[in-house]
Design a protein around this ligand. Structure first.
Ligand SMILES: Nc1ncnc2c1ncn2[C@@H]1O[C@H](COP(=O)(O)OP(=O)(O)O)[C@@H](O)[C@H]1O
Ligand SMILES: [Mg+2]
Length: 310
């Protein structure tokens, strides 16, 4: 399997159903390997053990994350949900190796994370496509860095462009695409590097609700196909329930694990699962937990505003 990463962009893999060329054979080998990995039942892929993070600010020390522990199994889809400011992005950045000064342990394959890791790919909330590059050159970028030949990287990029549903847009520039399409370009670019673990921080936050649900479907299909271990950070309950095997609810500052909910909805899940009764029950259950934390967040924000107002 290919491994390499930059801080923001990393790994991936392909499904290759109807493939013909030489490098397709490699791809199929990778796919086989990945499936083998997911068949290893209940193998723990990611261990987060008593992780805390404090920031020194002019107002004093802020404990963003406090003693967070959980484990993620190989191929599992887990969402982290919590009110604004509860430390979701901090957890994400620690897992991605972007915050070396954290307390506790994050282990991938038994190895403690202390910088960007080859098997972890990240998709960010902000738009991160390169505006001066076409879609195909955006997606092929990580392979270019890695020194893959032009013909090969274009072939691989095309497959991932197809996977995210952007075939026909290869030569467009990001400014010629919608926000949802640009985010799919960013996802494809992360996927070309074969991340065994995919981290996404509110990847759909800037999109409207319909696009968000449809893109959620797409991400789910890709994940079911490639079987990466996936961690999605979100503040959207519907999204978390629609996509996840488990949802981890965080408390408002300092961010701790409030509860982890098993989502017992059958797979494969299509967008229409959102209308089912079982879905509604999960949403209500999570909202109950979240409401308490969101209210605390709101009360604190109001208090701060009052103090500032004198
Ligand atoms: N680099 C930083 N320096 C100081 N404070 C930070 C930094 N990053 C995050 N924080 C603080 O940590 C808390 C959690 O932030 P964050 O992880 O971004 O929350 P979320 O993603 O859940 O909205 C917030 O109070 C935020 O202001
Ligand atoms: Mg955030």
């Amino acid at each position: 399997m290919q491994t390499l990463s930059t801080a923001a962009i990393s790994c991936a893999l392909n499904r290759m159903t109807d493939s013909h060329s030489e490098d397709d054979k490699d791809m199929r080998a990778s796919t086989a390997k990945l499936h083998l990995a997911t068949d290893t039942a209940d193998e723990i892929d990611l261990v987060i053990k008593d992780v805390s993070m404090r920031f020194d600010t002019r107002q004093g020390t802020v404990t963003a994350v406090d003693g967070v522990s959980f484990e993620i199994r190989r191929g599992e889809f887990v969402s982290i949900i919590g009110p604004s400011g509860c430390g979701k992005s901090t957890v994400f950045n620690i897992l991605g190796g972007l915050v070396p000064g954290y307390d506790g342990d994050v282990l991938v394959g038994g190895e403690r994370i202390s910088g960007p890791h080859a098997s972890i790919g990240m998709v960010f909330q902000e738009e991160s496509t390169f505006p001066w590059r076409t879609v195909i050159d955006n997606v092929a970028f990580p392979l270019e860095i890695k020194g893959v030949s032009k013909a090969e990287r274009q072939a691989v990029a095309r497959r991932f462009i197809d996977l995210v549903g952007l075939t026909g847009f290869e030569q467009r520039y990001p400014s010629e695409l919608s926000g949802g399409m640009r985010q799919r370009v960013a996802i494809a670019r992360t996927l070309v590097f074969e991340p065994r673990i995919l981290l996404m921080d509110e990847p759909f936050a800037a999109l409207d609700e319909q696009t968000r649900v449809l893109l959620g479907d797409k991400v789910l299909k890709i994940q079911q196909e490639l079987r990466q271990t996936t961690l999605l950070i979100t503040h959207n309950i519907t999204e978390a329930v629609q996509l996840s095997d488990r949802v981890l609810i965080m408390t408002f500052r300092p961010g701790r694990v409030k509860r982890i909910v098993d989502i017992r909805l059958p797979r494969p899940r299509a967008g229409d699962v959102v209308g089912s009764e079982a879905f509604g029950r999960h949403v209500a259950e999570i909202w109950n937990d979240l409401r308490e934390e969101a209210s605390r967040g709101m009360a604190e924000a109001e208090q701060t505003a009052r103090l500032r107002g004198g």
